[in-house]
Write a protein that binds this ligand. Structure first.
Ligand SMILES: C[S@@+](CC[C@H](N)C(=O)[O-])C[C@H]1O[C@@H](n2cnc3c(N)ncnc32)[C@H](O)[C@@H]1O
Length: 260
């Protein structure tokens, strides 16, 4: 049995270690979003008072973390989770005046041009951002010099190089694993637009181990049987892979001045 205490890791994630592990298990919608955000935050240069869009925030744990840890003002946007539910969570966490809950679809965002100093997306951007044309839409909402930072499930090598989807990825994720890409893929995809300068694009070296630990805890401690079952299936995939392909990519790009 993997204890909830396994999620308290001040050595690696000192900020996330201060959060209640059961709260994280109850509200997560994928591998530990606070660990991913704490790592991603190293590339983001957040400053108090910045306006930040948390896109695909799920149940808003990352939005709460952004407000508390970096003192930024957050627009917490998500498609699947109702804004009222997130707003209640933000009130309960004491950040109701700093975090604005919004229900929104990533292609139809109700924000102004140049509204944000930063946009972050933790475990969500791969659902919509692999479309070659999407970055052009997204950067419109950033100020010049603002940063777009994403944490996405990733592969150390492109599936095309492997000649197709390996069996353990097909059974663990399905054909949808086609939206997993290497950090080099993301760097090329973004740099070639000329819209952003990529300031960081890295694979977490032992991302699969964090991912597995998270699943082990959820398989034991999630109140939701569907989550416990999905966690067990993901553990089987990660054990078959052993970090050969699977990890998380952390990618940050800074919006350049328009040449028009
Ligand atoms: C795997 S969950 C991760 C949620 C949260 N970031 C976390 O880590 O717990 C993916 C999230 O992406 C959001 N999402 C997927 N497609 C979206 C879209 N087209 N527009 C906005 N959000 C989207 C979903 O609503 C969902 O909450």
């Amino acid at each position: 049995m993997t204890s909830l205490d396994a999620l308290v890791r001040p050595d690696k994630y000192p900020r996330a270690a201060a959060y209640d592990p059961q709260w994280m298990v109850d509200n997560c919608m994928g591998p530990n979003p606070l660990w991913l955000l704490e790592d991603l935050g190293r590339d983001c240069a957040f400053r108090p008072g910045m306006k930040v869009l948390d896109l695909g925030c799920g149940r808003g744990m990352t939005s709460i973390f952004l407000a508390r840890e970096y003192g930024v003002e957050v627009w917490a946007a998500d498609l699947w989770i109702p804004a009222e539910d997130n707003a209640a969570r933000f009130e309960q966490a004491g950040v109701g005046d700093q975090v604005h809950a919004v229900r929104a679809e990533a292609h139809d965002l109700p924000f102004a041009s140049g509204q944000f100093d930063a946009i972050v997306a933790v475990d969500s951007y791969h659902y919509f951002g692999t479309d070659d044309l999407y970055l052009g839409y997204m950067v419109e909402f950033l100020k010049t010099g603002g940063r777009l930072s994403i944490a996405v499930p990733s592969l150390h090598r492109e599936l095309r190089e492997l000649g197709g989807i390996p069996a353990h990825l097909r059974s663990g994720v399905g054909w949808q694993v086609l939206c997993f890409h290497s950090p080099e893929w993301w760097r090329f995809e973004w740099e070639q637009t000329g819209l952003v300068q990529v300031t960081a694009s890295r694979a977490q070296p032992d991302g699969w181990l964090d991912w597995k630990l998270w699943c082990e805890v959820c398989a034991e401690h999630s109140p939701d049987e569907a989550v416990r079952q999905a966690s067990r299936a993901t553990i089987s995939m990660l054990d078959a892979d052993r970090g050969e392909l699977l990890t998380f990519a952390l990618v940050t790009g800074q919006k350049v001045a328009s040449s028009e």
